[in-house]
Design a protein around this ligand. Structure first.
Ligand SMILES: *Cc1c(COP(=O)(O)O)cnc(C)c1O
Length: 463
């Protein structure tokens, strides 16, 4: 995140008086390096004191990111934090685990001929940059070979794509072409996606689970449309699947839904290991169905660390710990373990959705039947409250449930989104529903529990 530099040289770090004698006399600067070292316990205590103010991740329904792992995974992470993933020569076994993970995902995503190539990334955003660059370079190589102009590449995608895609387009000078999403599916229409394509389209991105509503784009129809375009020597446009979340959900819950490498049109898939891959941040994955989709001049061989390792990354050094933790999950949970965890999330999401549907004034938009995500709005004929009021009021209990406007074309609709992740139990969902019911009733002017009672109830469950 961008941070503004502070000019106040004299700003001091607040230090608890009980630490006197442990920290250097004369206090500590807030924005400058202290002159002298201090004891490790004192430094750790100061850092911890500050971090206490971070939110309680158990009550955070805004994020898709993993906020809990088993102690065994934590131990592995601290044992491997020092391994530099890029240094295959020094850490060949860490590299081997990365390779196993790529293979496991390729199999999970039903690659029929197992010719794929892929790697871990810092997250789906880096994966999106790599996938986008591969599409752009391939498109450019093909057009250059035919002597055609290469100055106006475009990428076709839903108006509901994650920020990483507009970011890719701006950073790498590609025109973003947004296809509007529609009610009641809150996804794109496949025919409209095809209409947006032309000879300058480097690729199409379909989302397996939009971040905003959890809805799947109609992947099979889009792939079919692109196959249609390609017949009779027409435009041969690759399809990328942004399965940041769904890549770790759909294979377990809907193994028969065809969205992956079973479709030969699908050139590449990304997923976030640190979302429903159940691993702490930062790990993502990108796999290309065939090395042909990855132009050679994007891959660098670096001999700096000994040996020679082909890499395609935006950064160089990165800890191997998240990859080790991802592999731990694969071993620990297996297919059935992942299925059980994701099924529980979906069940709790359905339960939440049913509960919300019964609250006067509210209307459920997505009920967890795609991703385990519930979104709802305030009924159009209800002007006594907004989702923003509700979101604010729920925050007083500690719940973080974001309210926002949907993507262009449906931006007049404001929703609240609740992401059900591992560990968000039915009990916790019931408490959230209670609080939501209370606050909706209050806003609608009905009788409700006074806020203090609600707080007292909550204080028994925030641990
Ligand atoms: C979260 C998300 C991303 C970005 O993923 P990071 O791993 O946070 O970089 C991209 N696309 C979708 C659909 C997402 O939900």
């Amino acid at each position: 995140m961008l941070k503004q530099v502070h000019h106040d040289q004299n700003a001091a770090l607040g230090v608890n008086p009980l630490y006197s004698g442990l920290v250097p006399e004369g206090g500590l600067p807030r924005f400058m390096l202290p002159q002298q070292p201090m004891a490790p316990d004192a430094a750790a205590a100061l850092v911890r004191d500050g971090l206490i103010l971070d939110g309680n991740s158990r009550l955070n329904l805004a994020t898709y990111c993993t906020t809990w792992m088993e102690p065994q995974a934590k131990a592995l992470i601290s044992e491997t934090l020092d391994r530099n993933l890029v240094d295959h020569d020094q850490y060949p076994q860490t590299a081997e685990l990365e390779a196993r993970c790529v293979n496991i995902l390729d199999h999970l995503w039903n690659d029929p001929d197992r010719q794929s190539i892929g790697c871990s990334t810092g997250g789906s955003s880096e994966a999106a940059m790599l996938a986008g660059l591969a599409m752009k370079f391939r498109w450019r190589d093909q057009r250059r070979a035919r002597g055609e102009a290469t100055d106006r590449p475009n990428l076709v995608m839903s108006s509901a794509v994650h920020t990483c895609w507009p970011k890719f387009c701006r950073y790498w000078d590609v025109e973003p072409r947004y296809v509007p999403i529609h009610e009641p599916r809150f996804a794109v229409d496949a025919a409209e996606v095809i209409e947006h394509c032309d000879e300058n389209t480097i690729g199409v991105v379909a989302i397996l689970g939009s971040s905003a509503t959890g809805t799947y784009d109609p992947v099979t129809e889009i792939a079919g449309g692109l196959d249609g375009l390609a017949t009779h020597g027409g435009l041969d446009i690759p399809l990328h699947i942004d399965a940041a979340v769904g890549g770790f959900v759909t294979p377990f819950l809907e193994p028969d839904l065809v969205w992956d490498f079973r479709l030969r049109r699908v050139a590449s898939i990304n997923a976030s290991g640190h979302k429903f891959g159940l691993t702490y941040p930062g790990v993502g994955w990108i796999i290309w169905q065939n090395p042909d989709f990855l132009p050679k001049d994007l891959v660098f061989d670096c001999g700096l660390l000994g040996g020679s390792v082909p890499t395609f990354t935006l950064n160089f050094s990165r800890s191997g710990a998240p990859v080790v933790a991802q592999y731990y999950n694969f071993l620990r949970l297996g297919f059935e373990g992942y299925r059980a965890v994701q099924q529980e999330c979906r069940d709790v999401a359905s339960f939440l959705g049913e509960g919300v549907a019964q609250i006067p004034g509210l209307e459920v938009i997505t009920d967890g039947s795609d991703l385990p995500v519930v979104t709802f709005r305030v009924r159009a004929d209800e002007d006594r409250m907004t989702v923003f009021d509700l979101s604010d009021r729920l925050r007083r209990y500690g719940w973080e449930v974001p309210a926002y406007h949907l993507a262009p074309a449906l931006e007049h609709i404001a929703v609240i989104r609740m992401v059900v992740r591992n560990g968000f139990s039915r009990d916790v969902a019931e408490m959230l529903l209670d609080d939501l019911r209370t606050e909706a009733q209050t806003l609608l002017g009905g009788s409700a529990l006074p806020a203090r009672t609600a707080h007292a109830t909550r204080s028994t469950v925030t641990h």
